[in-house]
Design a protein around this ligand. Structure first.
Ligand code: A3P
Length: 325
C-alpha cells in the first residue's frame, strides 16, 4: 500500500477521477458515517423544506411575499451579492459548500412545524441545479410558476433595460430575440438568457429526472396574478403546512397597482416595490409572431408533459396551441 502527502494525494486522486473535481454535496444527515464525522454543533435542521425555483419574471417575488405571510413559513437571510436570492445550486456559490448555504437560514424554532424555503429564480433553467438539489435536499418540494414564455421573455428584456444592461439598452427586443448565429457574443448571450428559460418542457423534464411529480408544483402565473388566495390554498395543501392560513382575508386588490397586495393592520397595504409591476409598452406584433413560432414545439412538448402529469393546461398554452393547428 502506497500513500502520499495530502496535497499530492489529492492531485493524484483527481488525476484518476477528474469527473469528481465538481463536487455534489449530499445531505450529511442522511448517512450515519457523515454525521459521525461532522462537527457536533452542526445540524441539518436549517436546511430548506422547499424551493421556489423560478423562472424569473413569472411572479416569483409575489409568491415569495405571500408565502412569508404564513406564520410558519420562513425564508433565508438576504444575500447582498445576488439581489437577496441565495443562488446556491445554480452557479459558483455551490463550491462554497454546505456550511455557506446553511448559514443563510435562521435556526428553526420547531424543525417539524417550521417551513424554511428559499426562492432563487435562476434554478429553474439551470443544468446543474436539479441534480444538486436532489443530492442535498432529496425530500424538498419544488415550486415553479409558468406564464406565456413570450411574455416572460419580453418582461425579462424590459427588466434588463431597467437595470441598465448595456446590451439590452443598445438592442431592440426584436433584435435580441431574432439575432442570428453570426451576431456578436454580447447580443447572443443576452438572447440566450432571454429565450432559454421559456423552453419550459425541457427544464421541467430535467427536474423530473431527479424528483417524483408528487414533489413538484407547477403554478399557472396568470392564475396567481388574478386569484392569489386560491393558489395559496393549493400551495399550502401541496406543502402540507399547518395551521391553514386564510389568504382571502389577508390579501387585497390594489386598483392603483393593478395587483393583489398584503393587507396590513389598520387597512394599509403592502405591495411589491416599484421595481415590480412596471408598465411597459405592449410587445410589437412582429416580436409576438416570432416568439410564438420560436416556442411552438416547446409549448407542444409542455402540453404533452402536463397531460402526462394529469394537470390542466393554462389558458395561454391553449391559445398558443390553437395557433399551431
Ligand atoms: P413586472 O415586474 O415585469 O411587472 P418575478 O418576481 O418572478 O421577477 O416576476 C415579476 C412579475 O410578477 C411582475 O412583472 C408582475 O407581472 C408579476 N406579478 C404577479 N403577481 C404580482 C403581484 N401581486 N404584485 C406584483 N407583481 C406581480
Amino acid at each position: 500500500l502506497q500513500t502520499l502527502p495530502p496535497l499530492q494525494l489529492a492531485r493524484k486522486y483527481f488525476e484518476l477521477f477528474p469527473e469528481q473535481k465538481d463536487p455534489v454535496w449530499q445531505n450529511p444527515c442522511d448517512d450515519r458515517r457523515h454525521r459521525d464525522i461532522w462537527s457536533r454543533d452542526k445540524t441539518c435542521d436549517p436546511l430548506p423544506k422547499f424551493l421556489v425555483v423560478g423562472p424569473q419574471k413569472t411572479g416569483t417575488t409575489a409568491l415569495y411575499l405571500f408565502l412569508l405571510m404564513h406564520p410558519y413559513i420562513k425564508s433565508n437571510f438576504p444575500n447582498p451579492k445576488t439581489f437577496e436570492e441565495v443562488q446556491f445550486f445554480n452557479g459558483n456559490n455551490y463550491h462554497k459548500g454546505i456550511d455557506w448555504y446553511i448559514n443563510f437560514f435562521p435556526y428553526p424554532s420547531n424543525a417539524s412545524s417550521d417551513f424554511l424555503f428559499e426562492k432563487s429564480a435562476n434554478y429553474f433553467s439551470s443544468e446543474e441545479a436539479p441534480k444538486r438539489v436532489a443530492a442535498l435536499l432529496p425530500k424538498a418540494k419544488i415550486i415553479t410558476i409558468l406564464i406565456d414564455p413570450s411574455d416572460r421573455a419580453y418582461f425579462w428584456y424590459q427588466h434588463q433595460r431597467s437595470h441598465e444592461d448595456p446590451a439590452a439598452l443598445k438592442f431592440s427586443f426584436y433584435e435580441v430575440i431574432s439575432a442570428g448565429n453570426s451576431a456578436n457574443s454580447e447580443l447572443l448571450a443576452l438572447q440566450r438568457r432571454c429565450l432559454i428559460p421559456g423552453c419550459y418542457a425541457s427544464h421541467i423534464e430535467r427536474w423530473l429526472t431527479y424528483f417524483p411529480p408528487s414533489q413538484l408544483l407547477i403554478i399557472d402565473g396568470q392564475h396567481l396574478r388574478s386569484e392569489p388566495a386560491l393558489i395559496m390554498d393549493e400551495v399550502q395543501k401541496f406543502l402540507g403546512v399547518s395551521p391553514y392560513y386564510n389568504y382571502t382575508e389577508a390579501l387585497t386588490f390594489s386598483p392603483q397597482k393593478g395587483f393583489w397586495c398584503q393587507l396590513l393592520d389598520g387597512g394599509k397595504t403592502k405591495c411589491l416595490g416599484k421595481n415590480k409591476s412596471r408598465k411597459y409598452p405592449t410587445m410589437d406584433l412582429e416580436s409576438r409572431a416570432f416568439l410564438s413560432s420560436f416556442y411552438r414545439d416547446h409549448n407542444i412538448e409542455l402540453s404533452k408533459l402536463l397531460h402526462r402529469l394529469g394537470l390542466p393546461l393554462p389558458s395561454w398554452l391553449r391559445q398558443e396551441l390553437q395557433k399551431c393547428f
